[in-house]
Design a protein around this ligand. Sequence first.
Ligand code: FES
Length: 144
Amino acid sequence: MYTEKVMDHFMHPRNVGEIENASGVGTVGNAKCGDIMRIYLDIDENQVVRDAKFKTFGCGAAIATSSMATEMIIGKTIQEALEVTNKAVMEALGGLPPVKVHCSLLAEQAVHAALWDYAQKNGITIEGLKPPVNDVDELDEDEE
Ligand code: FES
């Protein structure tokens, strides 16, 4: 039921860990399943994501999407990173079973929360970035 890519990123997740003195940190959870994800971003002076790491206390789909999401945003500008949606991450993984689609929202929203943190720390506004949610369950209805 999972694609090979999902299994690969679940079994061998990329970019697991923490970044010390990160430019931005974002944590989100899903109250329904109790899973939590934290993303750390290192953003350089040109507003390019130099590095991204994650810690996920969650299911396999959440781990695979965090791994893929970090891979997809490294090297991108903050504006481009904002455009890496959960749908784009799922596509890159070759899809997720319908009941696991909500798990991919954790990665997207954790990236947004980390970008928000970065913007707050630097007194800037990132166009199109909304204040982060703590619980992605609140967004679920729009996405399903
Ligand atoms: Fe909770 Fe997948 S079941 S994130």
